[in-house]
Design a protein around this ligand. Structure first.
Ligand code: ACO
Length: 326
């Protein structure tokens, strides 16, 4: 059964943290950050604004665009690596906030690839007839897990959420054409948050050791990202029966402009067909593609019949791509 995206939504916190602001916090410069990443500013959630709050705001907009009531949603999947609590899942808070009490709700953890993992899973569950529809959300409060003394990482990340409503495709509507997901757990150590889980609980004695913050070997991640994203994109393009000329827009993970340029070059897609908003938000992990898709949609960059390629890469290592006819 074909499945379509019936609505998208996104939300970012009000507070803007510019590169100039970061110059006051760590030894960095706007020139270094822009030339290495393309990021100019990012959004930071307030202390009392959690991942579930951002997720709920994005979800409400997606439901409104899909013209669906929260009570009619049957499945909620939140992709996040920065849940409100280890348990219950962030999806449970979102379900309650929305009043979507008919929905089964759970989280998945696949870092920056999480939203596309959720899309593949939800699409399959709808196709199989298990659920009529799904609300998939990528949401992150990375600012709570960033080491604000580490210039290697703190300049890269931001907070936000994006959402999409999936349901059976009706006559004349678009559909998800192909999805690819992959994992290589041999590279867990190059991008992780070591503390806070059962392997390294945060206790009174180690609470100040920055164990519950993100650490990354950027150069290694960069190299692996380009290869994995190219391969995943090529697979979905081929499976969807598309060629480079058929692609209307690529919506890549928003981590680094140099990675995006490298992918576009390898796929032979011109820059004007690649959606970029990382200068405004930095890397928002699982939220990045979801926010980008919603902005592209609302800015009129996508129209009925367009072929969209979305592709992501993140900690794990994980990667994913989707080809969609809009
Ligand atoms: N300001 C100034 N200098 C800095 C900064 C900074 N913010 N950060 C690092 N530097 C310095 C380093 O210390 C290093 O100095 P040294 O040569 O004296 O040791 C120098 O800049 C160069 O560092 P590199 O690591 O070579 O810089 P690179 O060009 O590789 O860029 C970056 C670093 C931006 C992190 C890049 O490697 C990258 O984007 N990697 C991919 C990250 C990514 O995409 N992650 C996605 C997944 S995130 C997830 O899953 C949650």
């Amino acid at each position: 059964m074909p499945v379509t995206i019936a609505g998208t939504g996104s939300y970012v916190p009000e507070k803007v943290l510019t590169n100039a602001d970061l110059e006051q916090i760590v030894d960095t410069s706007d020139e270094w950050i822009v030339s290495r990443t393309g990021i100019k500013e990012r959004r930071i959630a307030a202390a009392d604004e959690f991942t579930s709050h951002m997720a709920t705001n994005a979800a409400r907009k997606a439901l409104e665009q899909a013209n669906m009531a929260a009570e009619d949603i049957e499945l909620i999947i939140v992709a996040t690596i920065t849940p409100d609590t280890l348990t219950p899942s962030t999806a449970c808070y979102v379900q309650a906030n929305l009043g979507a009490l008919s929905a089964v709700a759970f989280d998945i953890s696949a870092a920056c690839s999480g939203f596309l993992y959720a899309m593949k899973l939800a699409k399959r569950l709808i196709s199989d007839g298990a659920y009529k529809n799904a609300l998939i959300i990528g949401a992150e409060k990375l600012s709570a897990f960033v080491n604000w003394e580490d210039r290697n990482t703190c300049v890269l990340f931001g907070d936000g959420a994006g959402a999409a409503v999936l349901r059976k495709s009706e006559e004349g509507e678009g559909r998800i054409l192909a999805s690819e997901t992959g994992t290589d757990g041999r590279h867990t150590a190059i991008l992780d948050i070591k503390g806070g889980g059962s392997a390294c609980p945060i206790s009174m004695s180690n609470a100040n050791d920055k164990l519950a913050t993100l650490s990354m070997q950027g150069r290694e991640v960069f190299k692996l990202a380009v290869t994995a994203m190219r391969q995943a994109s090529e697979k979905v393009i081929e499976r969807a029966g598309l060629s480079a000329e058929d692609i209307s827009l690529v919506v890549p993970h928003q981590a680094n402009l140099r990675i995006i340029d490298a992918i576009a070059g390898r796929l032979d897609v011109p820059n004007e067909k690649v959606f970029v908003n990382l200068h405004k938000y930095g890397n928002t992990s699982a939220a990045a593609i979801a926010i980008a898709l919603d902005e592209a949609n609302r800015e009129g960059r996508i129209k009925r019949g367009d072929n969209i390629i979305m592709v992501a890469f993140g900690a794990g290592l994980t990667w994913a791509a989707s080809a969609i006819e809009w």
